[in-house]
Design a protein around this ligand. Structure first.
Ligand code: IPM
Ligand code: MN
Length: 347
């Protein structure tokens, strides 16, 4: 029987509960499709930091490298560890070290979920550059603590980085409805964003079958609210994509439904799958976290592993649960009730 080695990083807060729920659902889907998932759980989190002074061991990246994929819950507990420390100690280094340059985030309404918009027939795939741009971590501070203090944080855009994310976006558009929206702010940012627009035009020439449009980030934010059904694939830089995908989560009913995949398209290192939501420490022990975003991310993992039938079964099971009104309203159902409904629908 085919078997996949999965690294589980439940992380902090509700990350633990949603990872557990996801693992149960994926296990059942795997059995149904005739393969197995062999999981190893790593306790890397803010708890771990308080005990060891590190978010993950020094050889953490090398440990993860041996797995077929990584399933992550959520990272961060800002009252205990500053976010800038916890995220730069675990989540962001994994995305960079494993060159998971494509962060894919689907935004559509699940059956039974009422979004805040009148529009309901949208199906957007946001593709966020995930290794450079505004998240490069290049910068510094001088004259610390004085009135003359200066902070500089440089966004880095490389030809290689921009080209590959756009090419990835065009490939996705080809598999979908053939439309790609490239998001910049090239009217104001005259170096990096003009560079991005130029590369969009160059790559677009290789995909004459894909219809391309360029938007500024502000206009795209408005469009996602006013005319989301006009969008198919949306490609954006790291920070712009981060912001747009929280907006995408909002229009699909909330962060409880927003799934994501951090993909290494070349497959020379593991990819990582995680819900868009954070660790929500305030509700962590109430048992009310919606596991749907995490389970959907798990389905994206099965798809990436080359198990599309199992992935589709998980998505159908999520849809069957929400169509019955399970997990469609915040706090109405407990994490375990939603999980049970998805498991039951898996048959
Ligand atoms: C996300 C999150 C992260 C990001 C944070 C936690 C660093 O918001 O995955 O969208 O900005 O990438
Ligand atoms: Mn975010």
């Amino acid at each position: 029987m085919k078997s996949y080695k999965i690294a589980l990083i439940p992380g902090d807060g509700i990350g633990t509960a949603v990872t557990e729920a996801t693992w149960e659902v994926l296990g059942k889907a795997a059995r149904g499709a005739g393969f197995s998932l062999e999981g190893t759980s790593f306790p890397w989190s803010c708890d771990f930091y308080e005990k060891t002074g590190l978010m993950m061991p020094a050889d953490g990246i090398e440990t993860l490298r041996g797995y077929d994929a990584i399933l992550l819950g959520a990272v961060g507990w800002p009252k205990r560890v500053p976010d800038s420390v916890s995220l730069h100690g675990l989540l962001l280094p994994i995305r960079k070290a494993f060159v998971q340059y494509a962060n894919i985030r689907p935004h559509r309404l699940l059956p039974g979920v009422e979004g805040p918009l009148r529009a309901s027939a949208f199906d957007i795939l946001c593709i966020r550059e995930n290794t450079e741009g505004e998240y490069s971590g290049a910068g510094g501070r001088v004259h610390n603590g004085t009135a003359d203090e200066v902070a500089v944080e440089t966004a880095i855009f490389t030809r290689k980085g921009v080209e590959r994310i756009l090419r990835f976006g065009f490939e996705q558009a080809r598999k979908r409805r053939g439309k790609l929206a490239s998001v910049t702010k090239s009217n104001a940012q005259k170096y990096s964003m003009v560079f991005w627009d130029e590369i969009t035009a160059l790559v677009a020439a290789e995909y004459p079958d894909v219809e391309v449009a360029n938007y500024h980030i502000d206009a795209m934010a408005a469009r996602m609210v006013m005319a989301p059904e006009s969008l198919d694939v949306v490609v954006a830089s790291n920070l712009f994509g981060d912001i747009l995908t929280d907006l995408g989560a909002a229009i699909q009913g909330g962060l409880g439904y927003a799934a994501s995949a951090n993909i290494n398209p070349e497959r020379n290192a593991p990819s990582m799958f995680e819900p868009v939501h954070g660790s929500a420490p305030d509700i962590a022990h109430l048992g009310i976290a919606n596991p749907i975003a995490a389970i959907w991310s798990g389905a994206m993992m099965l798809e990436h592993l080359g198990e599309p039938a199992a992935a589709a079964a998980v998505i159908s099971a999520i849809e069957a649960a929400t169509a019955r009104g399970i997990g469609t309203k915040p706090g109405e159902h407990k994490t375990n009730e939603i999980t049970s409904a998805v498991l039951a629908a898996l048959g």
